[in-house]
Write a protein that binds this ligand. Structure first.
Ligand code: HEC
Ligand code: HEC
Ligand code: HEC
Ligand code: HEC
Ligand code: HEC
Ligand code: HEC
Ligand code: HEC
Ligand code: HEC
Ligand code: HEC
Ligand code: HEC
Ligand code: HEC
Length: 411
């Protein structure tokens, strides 16, 4: 497909042979730069090789481009050896589109500033051996690009603070599968883009919160379809950014399969993941929800068993679902009264109407569950009383036996 910029590039390409005649041929450069020992000394006295491997140049996308099309300053040189280059090669002089995108991205700030690590084009593509990104040996091929990004982002000096977070990608489900050679999984560029990379708080960034379902949806289309129908998805579409998107439940660079114990969506961790919001009073107040869903779940039979590692018991997602969560009032909800027998029945085969009658996880007050409330109060008093009597009994028994011992000694 010929995009606008590519057409221009190709047009320029047609005129290349005409222009070449006026410039020194590559063979001239090679006379000196083809010598392996050619080197210069840098300011600290070290040697920098100036040897250019023509073979690598010939195998690159720029094979047909003469040296001086990039090294423009040297195009009009007549004296050899030539004076040093004052300005570095500007890739964007031919690749204007990528140049513009980079100039508007997070990385542009660095190109302009004097920080040495600024990723100009060469940081990702290299320069003499540039290959098209669909070539598996290219530095920008799906298989290799993560390494290029991590060469800076795992480095705390370059990216203070988040280096560790980003590095975690390699251990995530996507990162591990990529290392195993499955290149259809997400790499840095699938989520962040390549030239137009922006911080997460920029609305145009693919990792800006409201954009995330779309970004993950490039590959997880079915999940996103389900998510969009859920209360969380519906609310997000209305602009409620307190509503969770994929990364609130799964993480970003730490995404794991649900069957990994360390996953945020593993059965043992789901209550914490949902509870982060549903146990947060400020948030639940704002949306008129009860704040004690997390606490009451933890107190429930299921909650206690889950806490002690019995992951077969129900967690939030077993009853509510995870991508299709709906309020109890919605007839399609797994926790709509008409569907409860079926929902509990997945694990309690004999669950009938009676089984699901009680309120599921609410704090037992006299108003909403008088039965539970009274029984619970009775047990608090009964067990409390029992403990007091028990302690009193031990004290009396101990002092009694001590007295008897003294009396025996006295005799
Ligand atoms: C007569 C030998 C000779 C020829 C011919 C020659 N160069 Fe050089 N080139 C050198 C030397 C020597 C240096 C190192 C100068 C210095 O110490 O800064 C150099 C430096 C360079 C540098 C800068 C490297 C740096 O890091 O400073 C570039 C780029 C370069 N040459 C490109 C070319 C190109 C393109 C051609 C062909 C048009 C060419 N040279 C032809 C000898 C030559
Ligand atoms: C696609 C553009 C492009 C082409 C074509 C190209 N160069 Fe370069 N060259 C660069 C860039 C970019 C640098 C790195 C400059 C920098 O670090 O600022 C570079 C660096 C160099 C250096 C410095 C040593 C080094 O390896 O860093 C020399 C010498 C050099 N080029 C010679 C050549 C010669 C000879 C040819 C032709 C065979 C050639 N270049 C073709 C883009 C190009
Ligand atoms: C003199 C113009 C010119 C300069 C300067 C230039 N390129 Fe290119 N570049 C081209 C041409 C022409 C092609 C081949 C286009 C094609 O085959 O569709 C190309 C191809 C590419 C491709 C592969 C494109 C594809 O669709 O397969 C990449 C990547 C690339 N260049 C990166 C760079 C980088 C990085 C630099 C700077 C180091 C650079 N270019 C400098 C002209 C240039
Ligand atoms: C942060 C890394 C990064 C930087 C910086 C970067 N690129 Fe790229 N570039 C990529 C990746 C990854 C791809 C392939 C994926 C895509 O097409 O988005 C790509 C694709 C391209 C392509 C399309 C051809 C191809 O190989 O698919 C061209 C041309 C290109 N880059 C040129 C440039 C130029 C010119 C610059 C500097 C202005 C630059 N890039 C800066 C990572 C980068
Ligand atoms: C040459 C080093 C280098 C390379 C290579 C590089 N980056 Fe960066 N990147 C940086 C630096 C430095 C920043 C700015 C950090 C800052 O301002 O704190 C940055 C910023 C970012 C940001 C924005 C962070 C923010 O909150 O503003 C993202 C996202 C990002 N890079 C992703 C990538 C991806 C994806 C790749 C690979 C395609 C990549 N980077 C390649 C050095 C690099
Ligand atoms: C599955 C999608 C995904 C992949 C793959 C991914 N990221 Fe991210 N990344 C995100 C999201 C989402 C955020 C935004 C987090 C937030 O809201 O602060 C983010 C944030 C970042 C930030 C900004 C951190 C900050 O403190 O501002 C950087 C830098 C970054 N990622 C780099 C990378 C690099 C490098 C890779 C590849 C090794 C990568 N990411 C892979 C989704 C991804
Ligand atoms: C470029 C495609 C791509 C993108 C983008 C992507 N993923 Fe994935 N993801 C995959 C592939 C492929 C797998 C492994 C196959 C599978 O299990 O579906 C996977 C696996 C997963 C798994 C583990 C599934 C399991 O059952 O083991 C989760 C969870 C996941 N991705 C979540 C996300 C989230 C959240 C996002 C967005 C932040 C995202 N993915 C973005 C391709 C992608
Ligand atoms: C409210 C929390 C939550 C949100 C939001 C969420 N997920 Fe999930 N997701 C889960 C839970 C919990 C599981 C584990 C279910 C299980 O145990 O099988 C899961 C499982 C998965 C799986 C693996 C199993 C499957 O169904 O394929 C993928 C892939 C996945 N999620 C991707 C996504 C994507 C993409 C998004 C955003 C559109 C998203 N999730 C949004 C909680 C969530
Ligand atoms: C990032 C915060 C967040 C996370 C994480 C989260 N939720 Fe929510 N949830 C909300 C918000 C905000 C609403 C509703 C807002 C509204 O009604 O406008 C909501 C609504 C709900 C509702 C509907 C309540 C009603 O009656 O309207 C249920 C049920 C629910 N969530 C269950 C879950 C479950 C189960 C999980 C974990 C798998 C979960 N949520 C994870 C924020 C979150
Ligand atoms: C055993 C099944 C079950 C489990 C486990 C469960 N819930 Fe519920 N949940 C229900 C039922 C049934 C309802 C609706 C009837 C009711 O209010 O008791 C409900 C209601 C809700 C509501 C609606 C709140 C409102 O005020 O409208 C939210 C939010 C909620 N649960 C969140 C959670 C969270 C978070 C967890 C995990 C910490 C969880 N649930 C665990 C069955 C369950
Ligand atoms: C994911 C499976 C699962 C789901 C769904 C589930 N439970 Fe359970 N539940 C269990 C397991 C496992 C036990 C422990 C049984 C045991 O120890 O014998 C349990 C125990 C219980 C207990 C206490 C012990 C008992 O057997 O009386 C009650 C009450 C209970 N569940 C009610 C419910 C209700 C009501 C629902 C639906 C709203 C429900 N459960 C949904 C798995 C589940």
């Amino acid at each position: 497909m010929l995009t606008g910029s590519r057409t221009l590039l190709l047009l320029g390409w047609l005129f290349l042979p005409l222009m070449t005649s006026a410039q020194p041929p590559d063979s001239q450069c090679q006379e000196c730069h083809g010598q392996p020992q050619l080197a210069k000394t840098d300011s600290s006295g070290g040697k920098i090789s100036l040897f250019i491997d023509v073979e690598s140049h010939r195998q690159s996308v720029h094979a047909e481009i003469g040296c001086t099309f990039c090294h423009r300053e040297l195009a009009r040189v007549t004296q050899w050896p030539h004076p040093p280059e004052k300005n570095p090669v500007d890739c964007a002089s031919c690749h204007a589109l990528e140049g513009r995108e980079l100039a508007q991205s997070s990385h542009a700030e660095l190109v302009r500033s004097d920080r040495p690590a600024g990723p100009a084009c060469v940081a990702c593509h290299g320069y003499h051996g540039v290959k098209a990104s669909d070539d598996p040996t290219s530095r920008t091929h799906r298989r290799n690009i993560n390494a290029a990004c991590l060469s800076c982002h795992a480095d705390q000096e370059v990216h203070a603070g988040s280096g560790v977070i980003v590095k975690a990608y390699q251990k995530s489900v996507h990162g591990r599968m990529m290392q195993e050679g499955q290149t259809s999984v997400a790499e840095c560029v699938d989520c962040h883009g390549s030239h137009h990379i922006l911080p997460a708080d920029d609305p145009d960034s693919p990792v800006h919160k409201p954009q995330i379902p779309h970004t993950c949806g490039q590959c997880h289309a079915q999940v996103v379809e389900d998510y969009r129908t859920s209360i969380h998805g519906q609310e997000l579409a209305k602009g409620v950014t307190d509503s969770p998107v994929c990364t609130d439940c799964h993480g970003e660079h730490t995404i794991e399969a649900p069957d990994m114990a360390s996953s945020r969506v593993a059965p043992a961790n789901v209550p914490e993941t949902c509870g982060k919001c549903h146990g947060n009073v400020q948030l639940t107040d704002k949306y008129g929800l009860s704040a004690d869903r997390f606490a009451t779940y933890k107190d429930s039979y299921h909650g206690v068993a889950n806490h002690y590692g019995r992951t077969l018991v129900a967690n939030c997602a077993s009853c509510h679902g995870f991508h299709k969560v709906l309020p109890p009032s919605d007839p399609a909800s797994t926790i709509h009264p008409a569907n409860l027998a079926h929902t509990c029945g997945r694990c309690h085969p004999n669950a009938g109407e009676k089984f699901t009658e009680g309120k599921m996880h609410v704090a037992a007050t006299f108003e909403n569950s008088p039965g539970v409330f009274i029984v619970r109060q009775f047990y608090y008093i009964f067990i409390g009383g029992l403990m007091v009597i028990f302690v009193a009994y031990i004290v009396i028994e101990q002092t009694g036996s001590a007295r008897r011992r003294r009396e025996r000694k006295g005799r």
